[in-house]
Design a binder for this molecule. Sequence first.
Ligand SMILES: [Mg+2]
Length: 270
Amino acid sequence: MPLERSPRELLQGQLAATLPHAPDLVLVTDLDGTLLGGSDPWRRRLYGWLQAERQRVLHVFCTGRDLASVARLLREERELGLGSPHLVIGDVGSTVACGHTLEPLPLATDPIEARWAGLPERLLPLLARIPGIAAQPVTAQRRLAYLIDPAELDHDQLAEIEAHGVDCLVSDNRYLDVLPAGVNKGSTLLDLLDWLEVDHARVVTAGDTLNDLAMFETGLQSVMVGNAEAALLAALPRLPRTYRARGHGCEGIVEGLHHFGFGHLFEAVF
Ligand SMILES: [Mg+2]
């Protein structure tokens, strides 16, 4: 009888490239305002370091963007040296993909798909009647994505939508995501870390807006970058493992890594 494969082996089997076996650091970064934030010199430095340290630093994008948008971004930012991560958590936690091919990983996405089944058909007509929201032109998977007009949106109407078994997440006072209840950047990240059998002491997350709050609420070491939105900053007192950086974007990420004791990984680079 063949031995049953572990989730780590199953996940590795669904990836096009081998993950570092025992990384010194698992760096989980939001994109807009975080890994894409900060000055160009800081961005170049951090992107170059991530590429040079691929065997020691397992890098995960954790973003509200869909996979098509991540692919576009990787093309656009190549000039600054941004390379593919090892893994991508996209669609605000409802998609997990190989960083190299951007192919979704069934091990992670199938259970979310099952929780999402039937919900769009039920919710789309209800959401269409809510003033102050407009569908985003994205190919969102296992979620619905809208732009909001904060002056017009009545949050009580979102509470009625949530009664159907979804979470309504407003971020950056601009974006509304409707996700299967309990699915977010934090829940998907914790599942992924379990499958990868990663020691949580080696993990640092970073973000700047409210859809990153679920990552910070996991209790993992986290960096709130200096340009974080006010609503996220307001949550800081109840996030004991979250470091508030002064630096914006990439500079803030590096500052946070030093704070959490990963400065030795930079050697002479920073
Ligand atoms: Mg962001």
